[in-house]
Design a protein around this ligand. Structure first.
Ligand code: ZN
Ligand code: ZN
Length: 335
């Protein structure tokens, strides 16, 4: 997710007014995290790790906190998961639906129903499409809720149920906090990077024309995305996207690592698709991804996210500035 504000040391570039299509862009370029720069800028990396916003705050800590609350208050005891039964499967399914409605629905309520932020910082001035034949039920939001909550919610739960059953029956390697605390914590740090790596390559795969036409086209109906567009995907795409958790079938990990990875993947897209440039909530919550908005708008750019610079390495990065203006930026500003 791209949540970085402009660097305080650089003067903001002049903001373009909304163009004829009603589009707005932030007055500063999209910037990558200060990783993968040689020579290493350790102070900048350190600041990025702990600053607000940065790697930890607020999104990764928030998602980790949601996973911790889920784990301690709603997770079925692993001993119950040795056999498939409706009680613990139902418990997980209901928990996941509640999380989805709170997280996706919370953004939607604030930004689209109560319209608390107005259209200031909304990339596209238009609200979601109504009475459009492009979408199920002729309504973009109902369509998106159907795919996100109805379909992706089931696939999310299926991954979770299958993997907990594997853990409970010791068919996949486990990890104990008491025996490997350092490795346990490192795993948690690694998960957001693994997510980004996996997302980039799955995303490139489904932009291969045959898969785009049969699978990924569905997500790309949302040229003007809203929170519920986040997991509005063809079931094959959702399965590929959530296969990020299959790493736990191979690499020793605790079920909590798996839960964090899965919830990070299942809830994260709400923030990446709501279509607003943060910070929101009176300037307190940095959120939103102009990086991914540009992918929805222009299709052939910004396949990844803004930590690992895959798009820059492969020549598909678009920083959001008008043509030519980006070229004026120094390397320092770009990084
Ligand atoms: Zn998207
Ligand atoms: Zn795409």
């Amino acid at each position: 997710m791209s949540v970085e504000p402009p660097p305080p040391e650089s003067a903001p570039l002049p903001s373009a007014a909304r163009n004829a299509k009603g589009e707005w862009r932030p007055p500063y370029p999209i910037r990558y995290a200060p990783l993968f720069i040689w020579p290493l800028r350790l102070a900048a990396v350190g600041r990025w790790l702990v600053s607000y916003p940065g790697f930890l705050w607020p999104i990764n800590v928030l998602l980790l906190a949601i996973s911790a609350v889920s784990w301690f208050l709603t997770q079925p005891d692993i001993a119950r998961c040795t056999q498939f039964s409706a009680d613990w499967i139902g418990q997980i399914y209901v928990r996941n639906l509640v999380l989805m409605w709170l997280y996706y629905g919370g953004y939607y309520l604030h930004l689209y129903i109560l319209k608390r932020e107005g259209t200031q910082g909304k990339y596209d001035a238009n609200w979601p499409a109504r009475n459009s034949r492009l979408f199920l039920f002729r309504d973009q939001v109902y369509d998106n809720i159907f795919w996100t909550c109805g379909v992706a919610g089931l696939i999310w739960t299926a991954y979770e149920v299958g993997t907990l059953w594997l853990y409970a029956n010791h068919h996949i390697p486990g990890l104990e906090w008491s025996r490997h605390p350092g490795y346990f914590v490192l795993w948690l740090f690694f998960i957001p990077f693994w997510r980004e790596f996996h997302f980039y390559w799955v995303h490139r795969l489904i932009h291969w024309k045959p898969l785009y036409r049969s699978v990924h086209y569905l997500h790309h109906k949302n040229i003007n995305p809203n929170p519920w567009s986040g997991m509005a995907m063809h079931p094959v795409e959702t399965m590929l996207y959530l296969s990020v958790v299959l790493i736990h079938w191979i690499v020793p990990s605790h079920p909590f690592h798996f839960l964090f990875n899965l919830q990070h993947a299942a809830l994260g897209p709400a923030g990446g698709h709501h279509g607003f440039e943060g910070p929101i909530l009176n300037g307190k919550l940095p959120t939103g991804s102009y990086f991914h908005y540009l992918h929805h708008r222009y299709f052939e750019c910004n396949y990844g996210e803004s930590t690992i610079p895959f798009d820059r390495w492969f020549g598909t990065f678009r920083d959001g500035l008008p043509e030519g203006e980006g070229a004026k930026l120094t390397e320092e500003q770009r990084d």
